[in-house]
Ligand binder design. Structure first.
Ligand code: NAD
Ligand code: GLY
Length: 362
């Protein structure tokens, strides 16, 4: 046998990128980024965000910029939509030096970046997240994807953007329900990483923070997320899995509810996942009953759901068996070890998983 090893020099691709956070930044895009370095610019958005912000953005882009608007929401996050996006990219004549702007919530962020990272083996893109959830979580870190076979984000890539523009003006039109659901990810960042941040972001009702306070909170969440992304970009060492606390059960509930007349927003499903996985953390001896009570109260005070109806334990089990964090047929959980600290790759007896799920069933 002969073996030939293909070796590569250290990557020369600059993977650093800026996240700009402020007000009315959409109008400043051409001063934040040198758009003349790209051959063409193309925008991906959804039909709700199209009506709200596309015109403003296009005004500040090259005149011949083309765009596509897909239907809004998680139900459109699938490969058929991606095929429409690829077709529009092809019709717009994009080449490998073109730039794509993902203007929208987490669905557009994940799906637009997936379409972009696979078109011509990857074009440059900048994220312009328009929901708080996409601003504090989805747009940062380079995970792209779509849902498939009833499983969340099971098709996807890792690809970092050239930059992120977080414009607080977009939050003014966000429905209260979406704002509150987004806040769950902010609270989660505190739970997994920083007790002081957790106390700060739960010190007021989410909509009572001023713009200035919100900028600091968004910065804080992006900083926490960046810590895990910088240390484990491709989720290889595993530490990045900590960001998925609440998501093993949360994603299962989100996928099940998506098929019903009462779909949940991503952050709402994550809130339920957080309660279930905190209960599991407690039963595994990692979290005290007092801390469990603090977590419950914090989510309750932020108007995030902590119980759910019309869902069966078995259905959730079936879904979590397809979770991306699992390896060698073992369900791997990220769990809390006290508020502000988390552990990953935790294998939990089925009975305790069941107890965790039962803690959220009404
Ligand atoms: P979303 O993109 O579906 O947005 C929610 C709704 O708000 C949509 O109907 C959208 O049209 C509308 N909307 C968006 N911006 C608006 C605005 N400024 N004003 C009024 N309406 C607006 O959902 P989301 O909650 O933003 O994101 C959830 C998605 O993000 C899920 O698919 C989830 O899996 C993904 N996600 C990915 C990561 C990651 O790391 N890649 C992290 C967290 C979540
Ligand atoms: N949303 C989890 C991650 O970015 O790793």
């Amino acid at each position: 046998m002969k073996e030939l090893k293909i070796t590569f020099p250290p990557s020369t691709k600059n993977r650093d990128y800026p996240i700009y956070i402020g007000i009315n930044l959409i109008e400043k895009i051409a001063s934040l980024f040198d758009l003349t370095q790209y051959s063409k610019v193309f925008v991906i958005t959804d039909t709700t965000v199209e009506k709200l912000f596309l015109k403003k953005l296009l005004k500040n882009l090259p005149e011949q910029t083309k765009y596509i608007a897909v239907p809004p929401g998680e139900k459109a996050k699938h490969v058929e939509s991606v095929m429409k996006i690829w077709t529009a990219m092809h019709d717009a004549g994009l080449d490998r030096k073109s730039l794509v702007l993902n203007l929208g919530g987490g669905v557009i962020g994940d799906m637009g970046a997936f379409a972009t990272s696979t078109y011509m083996r990857g074009l440059a893109f900048i994220n312009i997240p328009t929901t708080l959830l996409a601003q504090v979580d989805e747009s940062v870190g380079g995970k792209t994807g779509v849902d498939f076979a009833g499983i969340k984000n099971i098709i996807g890539t890792f690809d970092q953007p050239d930059g992120v523009i977080i414009d607080l003006q977009t939050l003014k039109t966000l429905p209260k329900r979406a704002f509150l659901a987004s806040f769950v990810e902010i609270i989660k960042h505190g739970m997994i990483h920083d007790k002081h941040y957790f106390e700060k972001v739960t010190s007021k009702y989410p909509t009572d923070f001023t713009d200035e306070e919100l900028i600091a909170i968004i910065y804080g969440s992006c900083e926490i997320k960046a810590h895990y992304v910088q240390n484990d970009e491709l989720e290889e060492s595993g530490i990045r899995k900590i960001l998925n606390f609440g998501h093993t059960i949360g994603h299962a509930i989100e996928a099940i509810k998506l098929e019903t007349e009462e779909p949940l927003l991503h952050g709402e499903a994550v809130s339920l996942g957080i309660i279930a996985e905190s209960e599991i953390s407690k039963q595994m001896g990692l979290l005290s009953s007092e801390e469990m009570a603090v977590i419950k109260l914090a989510l309750q005070k932020a108007d995030a759901p902590i119980t759910v109806t019309n869902i069966a334990v078995d259905a959730i089990f079936k879904k979590i068996k397809s979770d991306k964090k699992n390896t060698f047929n073992k369900i791997n959980f990220s769990l809390l070890q006290g508020i502000g600290n988390a552990v990953y790759n935790q294998q939990v007896p089925e009975e305790i998983i069941s107890n965790g799920i039962k803690a959220i069933l009404k």
